[in-house]
Design a protein around this ligand. Structure first.
Ligand SMILES: [Fe+2]
Ligand SMILES: [Fe+2]
Length: 322
């Protein structure tokens, strides 16, 4: 029999009096997993109490039930985010892992249903970033740097929303939700770029670049077809590769013709791309990346005040750049 694999989950994730759509296993000595509670049963305060009395803080969910667990997290994310008994570090990990998994599924199949689910999760993350600085700081720190587009999308989403919060005053929460969707989905057009180009190990040739550069417009089309598009989210998807000197794409917009929301996303995008390991490129540290951005883009692309608000996201270590 093939060995079943399990996902460790902190007990605090489970909400009292919710129906669990997945099985729960406990892990005994020597990686011996035992079924504790079947799917379709309620998780009650008595069950939780009993587990805690037995010093169980981590439960295990079979990999086969991963999608059911993901849906459960999405359905209960607002409740989890508002639960002040879950410590910030833990909370940021739940939010990061589930949004990464969701984004991976979205890129596999960017249909209306998946974009709707993403919209709901992004709204919850935006609320979190606007209201909970401690968890947001953890979220910024735990971002991982692999070369996957879905990880990049979550990182840029988190950086951009937090940056927009630092930068923009007097903007309604509703606009932040629209911006959030644009930031998290800025590269959704890459789901229509052939994988051999997207995953190519090495620099792209001219023809491949031409195709790659269609992703902002493709992303705009996907959003438009889904019905979730707004003016602000469209601007972000379309303008995140425009550059003030007119060297960007797709429209070669110059200077002030680039919207502030597009600029916010482009800084986060450059930052995340540079801190990412690639087979042909060493990853830069956050500090080195901020230095390079300062040396190459300050004045040319944006002013000091704008950049300082971005650097603030990385705490005292980041501020050393200024
Ligand atoms: Fe992009
Ligand atoms: Fe990007």
């Amino acid at each position: 029999m093939e060995q079943q694999s399990f996902l460790p989950v902190d007990l605090s994730v489970l909400r009292i009096d919710t129906l669990k759509p997945f099985d729960i296993y406990l892990c005994q000595k020597r990686q011996n997993y035992v079924l504790y509670s079947s799917k379709g049963t309620y998780f009650t305060s008595e069950v939780k109490e009993k587990l805690l009395q037995n010093r169980v803080h981590t439960i295990y969910i079979p990999e086969d039930d991963r999608d059911l667990y993901q849906q459960y997290i999405e359905d209960n994310l607002q409740n989890i985010i508002q639960d002040n008994r879950i410590v910030s570090e833990q909370k940021s990990k739940i939010v990061y892992d589930s949004s990464r998994y969701l984004m991976e599924k979205l890129f596999d199949n960017p249909n209306i249903d998946m974009i709707g689910r993403t919209k709901k999760t992004v709204n919850n993350i935006v609320s979190l970033i606007l209201s909970d600085t401690a968890t947001t700081n953890h979220l910024i720190r735990i971002t991982e740097y692999d070369y996957y587009t879905y990880t990049h999308s979550v990182n840029v989403g988190v950086f951009s929303v937090a940056f927009a919060r630092n930068l923009l005053q007097g903007i309604s929460e509703k606009i932040f939700y629209d911006l959030g969707l644009g930031f998290f989905l800025h590269d959704i057009g890459k789901s229509r770029i052939p994988l051999e180009i997207l995953n190519k190990k090495g620099p792209l040739n001219e023809e491949e670049w031409k195709i790659m550069k269609t992703h902002p417009e493709q992303g705009y089309n996907i959003l438009k077809e889904s019905g979730f598009i707004t003016r602000d989210s469209a601007i972000i998807v379309l303008q995140h590769h425009e550059r003030a000197d007119g060297s960007g794409y797709p429209q070669r917009l110059q200077g002030d013709r680039i919207n502030l929301y597009g600029k916010i996303c482009s800084v986060a995008d450059v930052f995340d791309a540079m801190t990412t390991k690639r087979c042909y490129q060493q990853a830069f540290s956050a500090f080195d990346t901020l230095n390079v951005i300062r040396d190459t883009l300050l004045q040319k692309e944006f002013d000091k005040d704008f950049f300082e608000k971005f650097v603030q996201l990385f705490g005292p270590e980041g501020m050393r750049v200024m």
